[in-house]
Design a protein around this ligand. Sequence first.
Ligand SMILES: NC(=O)c1ccc[n+]([C@@H]2O[C@H](COP(=O)([O-])OP(=O)(O)OC[C@H]3O[C@@H](n4cnc5c(N)ncnc54)[C@H](OP(=O)(O)O)[C@@H]3O)[C@@H](O)[C@H]2O)c1
Length: 297
Amino acid sequence: MANVSLTSAATHKCWTFNPISRAAFPNSFAFRFSQPRRATIIMSTSSKTTVLVTGAGGRTGQIVYKKLKERVDQYTARGLVRTPESKESIGGEDDVYVGDVRDADSIVPAIQGIDALIILTSAVPKIKPGFDFSQGGRPEFYFEEGTFPEQVDWIGQKNQIDAAIAAGVKQIVLVGSMGGTNLNHPLNSLGNGNILVWKRKAEQYLADSGIPYTIIRAGGLQDKDGGIRELLVGKDDELLETETKTIARADVAETCIQALSFEEAKFKAFDLASKPEGSGTPTKDFKALFSQATSRF
Ligand SMILES: NC(=O)c1ccc[n+]([C@@H]2O[C@H](COP(=O)([O-])OP(=O)(O)OC[C@H]3O[C@@H](n4cnc5c(N)ncnc54)[C@H](OP(=O)(O)O)[C@@H]3O)[C@@H](O)[C@H]2O)c1
């Protein structure tokens, strides 16, 4: 009886049951039957989902990381940050990996063994030195050499997607930005970076990859409390024509995590904003929210 099933094994009177140390199989419950023929069966009883959030030192990324850590019964959290300083800034725990998304090899350890990936890295423009805020007006921006959106938002996100696919990751959530349908959007001229163009290219790459994905194109991000506004799903930048085109980073973070729980979020791309606090009903039903999104891209 070379290929005995668990059912027949369990009903076979001669078989004995010996627990094996849990330490040897973290997250697993392993057991061994012996006699009349020795067979080893290892069953994972861990229903926890291991999730890596990249850009975990960023303003939205660190909220996602914190929320995942708080939901310890459901998730095993990991973070990826660019520098040891960022790692320290979010607590410095062993589940925070240091890597640069432009360097494909450097992110492999963080991605190995995860179930889901939440991408929250982004090129970040800097204000040109010498700008005097007290004089008013608009500052000029630039990207440092090697940190242009082409390198971070295109190559860096492609590297993450490729590494996740190679590691057998089951779902990728990618946070992008509204505005991508308009080549002349002012964000594209920021530091001559064409940031929305490169973000969109990475989004397309993900949508074409075949892996279950959720692309969340956020409106203007605000550092406000989450969970107290009605969230709005849109497409093709239509929300930009309305009065409701901003969203709290905390709400984006929550939406990223909720996307891991609902089939309705998979193979979808949508814009995300919120009604102002006090108007509308705060969103609690994320299944219904994701059901409103109908576009694959
Ligand atoms: N600002 C808005 O109003 C707005 C609107 C819509 C959408 N969005 C998008 O929403 C997302 C979240 O925005 P946010 O403001 O919360 O982000 P953020 O604070 O700017 O964080 C971006 C993160 O990316 C990391 N990063 C940059 N280059 C990296 C590299 N080469 N390797 C690894 N990590 C790297 C940064 O790490 P370091 O801290 O080490 O540099 C930083 O933690 C971004 O994609 C953003 O473009 C923003």
